[in-house]
Design a protein around this ligand. Structure first.
Ligand code: SF4
Length: 245
């Protein structure tokens, strides 16, 4: 930590809140000069206000909390932990009600089980005064024909409510017109490259081919590349290339 190059640090797992020494770890980060300390968590531990207070007293005020669904039956079915939905929701509510400065991001992992609930989940979390939503696509067994309308609806719901929303795992060509919501433009395109993405036929003519790693290999194997069309123009091209080339 003494050789840090930024004042930001993030802790994730597993689940960092199950560690008994998490308070000491967060305090050490603060004492070593980190000002932006982020915890990736399921948020369940924050349903206990005393626990939340102890975390906040370390100087940690940025939270990225995973929520899988809009209702307990689906959420707890996916997490396989009874009661986890209400614990997470209570945790988010407890943080949101705190008067001090904080940043709450809700991460919604998009999978086959919850894709039809996506808009409901976004609508649910908008009730809590959160700062950002991330729709993280990691299950490539969902055909884009089913997924993308729900992604677009979810983005629109959040945008209409003036809450910042981003996606992860979706290339430029399926996000045309929505490029400012591509999370990797902020988190770094190397995140995409680290996954198993590959170029396909449409990429040859695409203006983003040098930036974009292509589409996910398993998706291409299962569904082919018929749904992908090259981006030939985008009003965001110059801004994106200025950031990443
Ligand atoms: S390089 Fe390929 S996958 Fe990436 S945006 Fe262009 S067409 Fe889509």
């Amino acid at each position: 930590m003494s050789q840090r190059e930024t004042d930001s640090i993030a802790f994730y797992g597993g689940e960092p809140t199950v560690r008994h020494d998490i308070f000491n770890i967060l305090k050490a980060a603060r004492e070593n000069g980190y000002r932006r300390i982020k915890l990736f968590t399921n948020g369940r531990a924050f349903s206990d206000p005393h626990y939340l207070h102890r975390i906040l007293s370390t100087g940690c005020s940025l939270f990225e909390i995973k929520l899988w669904a809009s209702n307990p039956s689906l959420h707890d079915h996916i997490t396989r932990v009874n009661g986890s939905f209400w614990e997470t929701i209570q945790g988010v509510q407890n943080i949101a009600e705190l008067p001090q400065e904080k940043f709450i991001c809700i991460r919604i992992p998009v999978c086959r089980e919850n894709v039809t609930d996506l808009e409901n989940t976004v609508t649910t979390v908008l009730n809590f005064g959160i700062n950002r939503i991330i729709l993280s696509v990691y299950d490539y067994s969902i055909p884009f024909g089913s997924l993308l309308p729900r992604i677009a609806n979810s983005l629109n719901i959040s945008i209409f409510n003036r809450v910042w929303i981003l996606t992860e795992g979706l290339p430029f060509c399926v996000m045309q017109g929505l490029e400012p919501h591509i999370g990797e433009l902020l988190s770094g395109l190397t995140g995409l490259y680290e996954r198993t993405f590959q170029h396909h036929n449409a990429c040859v003519q695409c203006i983003f081919r040098e930036l974009c790693p292509g589409a996910e290999t398993r998706y291409l194997t299962q569904f082919g590349d018929r749904e992908f069309f090259p981006v030939t123009a985008s009003k965001y091209t110059e801004n994106i290339k200025a950031l990443h080339v």
